[in-house]
Design a protein around this ligand. Structure first.
Ligand code: FUB
Length: 452
């Protein structure tokens, strides 16, 4: 049994004593408090025991993930990649369409359950209703202030009947475009929040880890609507770089009209809170002809000079000024390699610079990563081909928009990237995973061994 309230008070430090309870994300099962031995099983409350068959156990296992409609709440994803949602006030499981109604129907907000250590789930879009069992089916019923209702709507969050066996996704739920980096010896992961039709998510979260396996969720670090005057959607593909003890979050933002634009926000810690540094875009959507102003990335060379790279369709690069929030527009170079679509990433190893990028469309199972090498952060670049691509025998598709990190003090390297969520994902339902990145003796990159 997991102590629901206590566990995540530690994960989300500073949670006030009377705040809504938090639920540990990851693989879990949910047991009725008044019918012990019965668990949420898709849209039912069914008996599950050690002697149940594997399918029953799998059906009674959910991954608790970031709420599809709000990071303050949760969604429950089945082993088959579907989400628990209400429709006609019955609970059932369906594939995420990414539209606002589905995401709201599939988001539930925790409140204290009827007994210590239990939790009840209110509906995100019908907050006066809670998930409860009735005739051993799960319903979304209006709250009643009775002992019977409270018991019928309370669940203990237990260890999962079917434990997670895959390494990935490294953070539960739908996150894409991961920027994996190291600050002060700790790994930080900054992804796009996924699961939204049209990639319209408005906010960024940050995660951190010491071992690339166990991750702390630091919550929302920038929410475009309230935090950025010129953008309120399409919080895509962030990148974070540090200089002089400050942290700079480079981000994409969209508004109701106009092209996507790039911004930069600043904070005193890697996990924010970040505030818009300029109050206007760093790169306007109409500033340069050709391509979209998305997918920013910053590389800082060993001499301390930082470079900004960005672009979909056209890859651009420029030296950043020492303030990290400005550059000379006249110095912007087009560095588009053959095959380039988006997601530039630059790093340096043994004096060689590596420019990497994603090819094809992120909605294609053939989304993949290629690279070039060069003698400087601005090239010239020699194309070296594809190093990361789908692995259909394992059901892995759409592998791309990556980042590369060096384990501190070693020559061990990792590549973080997204793929269609396994199973049942697609180009707007993507998940983040990490694999080793290895080099040949001549410095070329070995094809990434893509693993589940
Ligand atoms: O996540 C939204 C967009 O999809 C990114 O900006 C692209 O790189 C692609 O991954």
């Amino acid at each position: 049994m997991l102590p629901v309230l206590a566990v995540l008070a530690a994960v989300l430090p500073g949670t006030p004593a009377l705040a809504a309870p938090t639920v540990p994300t990851g693989a879990r099962s949910l047991e009725s408090v008044n019918y012990p031995g019965r668990y949420m099983r898709q849209g039912q409350l069914d008996p599950v025991s050690a002697s149940s068959d594997a399918q029953t156990k799998a059906d009674a296992t959910f991954t608790v993930v970031n709420g599809l409609a709000s990071p303050a709440c949760y969604s429950l994803q089945t082993k088959s990649g579907l989400f628990l949602r209400h429709r006609d006030f019955r609970l059932r499981v369906d594939a995420n369409t990414g539209d606002p109604m589905f995401r709201a129907d599939a988001t539930f907000c925790p409140v204290d359950g009827s007994v210590a250590g239990s939790v009840a789930f209110t509906s995100y879009n019908y907050p006066s209703r809670r998930i409860r069992h009735r005739d051993f089916a799960l319903w979304l019923d209006p709250f009643q202030d009775t002992a019977a209702f409270k018991a019928d709507s309370s669940f203990r969050v237990t260890a999962p009947w079917t434990p997670k066996t895959n390494k990935g996704p490294v953070i539960p739920g739908l996150f894409a475009d991961p920027h994996l980096t190291v600050f002060n010896g700790r790994y930080y992961l900054y992804p796009t929040t996924d699961g939204y039709a049209g990639w319209s998510s408005p906010y960024y979260k940050a995660f951190s880890s010491t071992d690339l396996v166990n991750w702390t969720d630091h919550g929302v670090i920038l929410d475009l609507g309230p935090d950025v005057a010129w953008a309120d959607n399409s919080a895509w593909a962030p990148a974070v770089a540090t200089r002089n003890g400050r942290y700079h979050l480079y981000f994409s933002g969209g508004a109701a009209t106009g092209a996507k634009q790039l911004g930069v926000a600043v904070a005193d810690t890697p996990t924010g809170p970040f505030r818009d540094a300029l109050g206007r875009p760093l790169v306007r959507g109409d500033q340069f002809s050709g391509g979209q102003a998305i997918d920013p990335m910053v590389f800082t060379d060993t001499d301390g000079q930082s470079y900004l790279y960005w672009g979909q369709g056209v890859a651009r690069a420029v030296r950043l000024n020492a303030d990290m929030t400005s550059f000379d527009p006249a110095q912007v170079r087009v560095v588009t390699p053959a095959g380039y679509n988006e997601g530039s990433f630059v790093f340096k190893r043994n004096g060689t610079y590596y420019l990497m990028w994603s090819e094809n469309d992120t909605r294609s199972e053939d989304y993949r990563v290629a690279y070039a090498t060069g003698p400087s952060p601005l090239g010239p670049w020699t194309n070296r081909g594809v190093v990361l691509q789908k692995r259909l025998d394992a059901g892995i598709k759409g592998t791309g928009h990556h980042s590369v990190v060096q384990a501190p003090g070693t020559d061990t390297w990792y590549i973080a990237y997204h793929r269609f969520a396994v199973p049942a994902g697609n180009g707007t339902n993507r998940e983040t995973t990490i694999d080793p990145l290895a080099f040949n003796a001549d410095g070329t990159i070995r094809p990434v061994v893509v693993s589940l």
